[in-house]
Design a protein around this ligand. Structure first.
Ligand code: FAD
Length: 441
């Protein structure tokens, strides 16, 4: 539940400058200008807004979200904050702690203190223990799992305490650029068209962004022809803060610890399988689905029982060919959408967003003008700085699915050697964990 979003729900917002309605949309010269406008209030947009408020409090930031936001106390119904759970890497937890959000988040998080990786059909596996891996941990954890439906209100409650102005519902229809920056237009409910100028426009409007398409930004895309089936499981016994990654003939399965609720032990299941198998699994009733999960996953977490609906997500790798231009940056799914097998998409986005906020904060030290937020050299150096981490993380997420989907005996043998290596060879383990824990390599 969101306490009170500083939102301009169907009306001008309370933010400085008189709200978006001031002189908007009618072509008058007093059209309102802000430093940064973020389009899309999902996990990426909301997190970036918080990071900007923290690192660059002098900048005027507006966040525009297509969906309505609850005025007070209602559920936050945005695509990001659905029934999924997100594994937040240690680096991400550290970032939220720096934003002062760990005390709010902690109540909704289940820590990951051990990771068990195994391959169905062979005895090999790797057990990684955070207590022994000081480099890749935050307060004794590799990371923590939070339900997206709980993360959203924490982010929006925190936003309400910043100077960021949230405008919703506001579906941005066009963005045009000139020498001084971007001009956005949106329609707010049945009201007249509104507009706003911004020195920097951040597109955070999700995968397949129509806005990016309109701007002629090409997307490289690989269809995995797989889906992620996501549901919540009730566990017979406590999960012991263990996250399981199990590779099965029917695709990789992740079982992520969740906080107990109403005395029930719970875990989030993310089962990646071929699209045709996913269709068949979705047709099963709850008992038959549970039976299939139990057979594929085994008994290492005790008896499992499905306790929620099963949601299905088509999987692809998509990567925008341009992530920045003068006065424009792309973040989140609209910049890169990854296979969820390694739980890296949002963690990578957070690192992008923090780097962007720090680059913008660095303007002041360099005594650049206020309207330099969209300067090409600044955005270029941000983009270049992020390339290596993005390439490594995307490569890491992209290489795992085919490796573990293959029944080819050679590939199977090499992945078993990989698991053995992970278990036995410290540098290998350390580099795997450095990547998985979101600290880079
Ligand atoms: C099954 C699955 C499991 C995952 N698990 C993990 C995990 O464990 N760990 C991890 O790090 N990552 C994980 N991810 C990745 C993570 O979910 C994404 O990184 C995250 O959803 C990024 O969200 P986003 O804000 O970029 O996009 P979205 O959630 O799509 O948000 C975009 C927002 O923009 C709004 N919008 C769209 N168009 C407009 C417009 N024109 N004007 C205004 N607003 C607009 C939309 O309404 C929406 O609210 C997982 C992904 C999947 C699919």
């Amino acid at each position: 539940m969101v306490n009170s979003v500083r939102a301009a729900n169907a009306g001008p917002g309370p933010g400085a400058g008189g709200g978006p309605g001031a002189g908007a949309g009618d072509g008058r010269h007093d059209e309102r200008s802000v430093d940064i406008a973020i389009i899309g209030g999902g996990m990426a947009g909301a997190s970036l807004a918080l990071l900007l408020a923290h690192h660059c409090p002098e900048l005027q930031v507006v966040l525009l979200e297509r969906k309505p936001l609850p005025a007070s106390g209602g559920p936050l119904v945005l695509p990001s904050f659905d029934s999924r759970a997100t594994a937040l890497a240690a680096g991400s937890l550290q970032m939220f702690a720096q934003l002062g959000l760990w005390s709010q988040l902690e109540a909704y998080c289940a820590p990951i203190r051990e990771i068990h990786v195994s391959d169905r059909g062979c005895g090999l596996g790797a057990r990684l223990d955070a207590a022994r891996e000081s480099r890749a941990q935050f307060r004794g954890m590799f990371g923590a799992v939070v339900e997206n439906a709980a993360l959203g209100p924490v982010l929006y409650d925190a936003l309400a305490a910043t100077g960021v102005e949230v405008i919703a519902p506001a579906e941005v229809r066009t963005a045009t650029f000139d020498q001084s920056g971007a001009r956005l237009r949106w329609r707010q409910g049945a009201d007249a068209e509104r507009s706003l100028r911004a020195s920097l426009l951040v597109a955070a409007d999700g995968v397949d962004s129509p806005l990016c398409r309109k701007l002629g930004i090409e997307i490289d895309r690989v269809e995995y022809r797989q889906r992620a089936l996501v549901t919540t499981l009730a566990l017979q016994r406590a999960h012991g803060d263990i996250a399981y990654e199990r590779f099965t003939d029917a695709g990789p399965m992740a079982l992520l610890p969740l906080p107990d609720r109403e005395g029930r032990h719970r875990a989030a299941l993310v089962w990646t399988c071929d699209a045709a198998d996913a269709d068949a699994l979705l047709r099963l009733d709850s008992a038959a689905f549970t039976d299939r999960v139990q057979r594929a996953f085994g008994w290492r977490a005790g008896r499992l029982q499905r306790s929620g609906d099963v949601a299905s997500y088509p999987l692809s790798l998509s990567l925008a060919r341009e992530q920045w231009r003068r006065n424009l940056v792309l973040v989140g799914n609209c910049a890169h959408f990854l296979h969820p097998v390694a739980g890296q998409g949002f963690n990578l986005t957070l690192r992008d967003c923090e780097a962007l906020a720090l680059a913008l904060a660095g303007r002041q030290e360099r005594r650049l003008a206020q309207d330099s937020t969209g300067a090409l050299d600044l955005l270029e150096s941000y983009g270049r700085e992020r390339q290596r981490d993005q390439q490594l993380t995307i490569g890491f997420s992209d290489r795992i699915p085919p490796l573990f989907a293959s029944g080819n005996p050679l590939i199977r043998a090499s992945r078993q050697m990989g698991l053995l290596g992970l278990a036995l060879v410290p540098p290998l383990r350390s580099s795997f964990l450095g990547q998985a824990a979101g600290f880079g390599l």
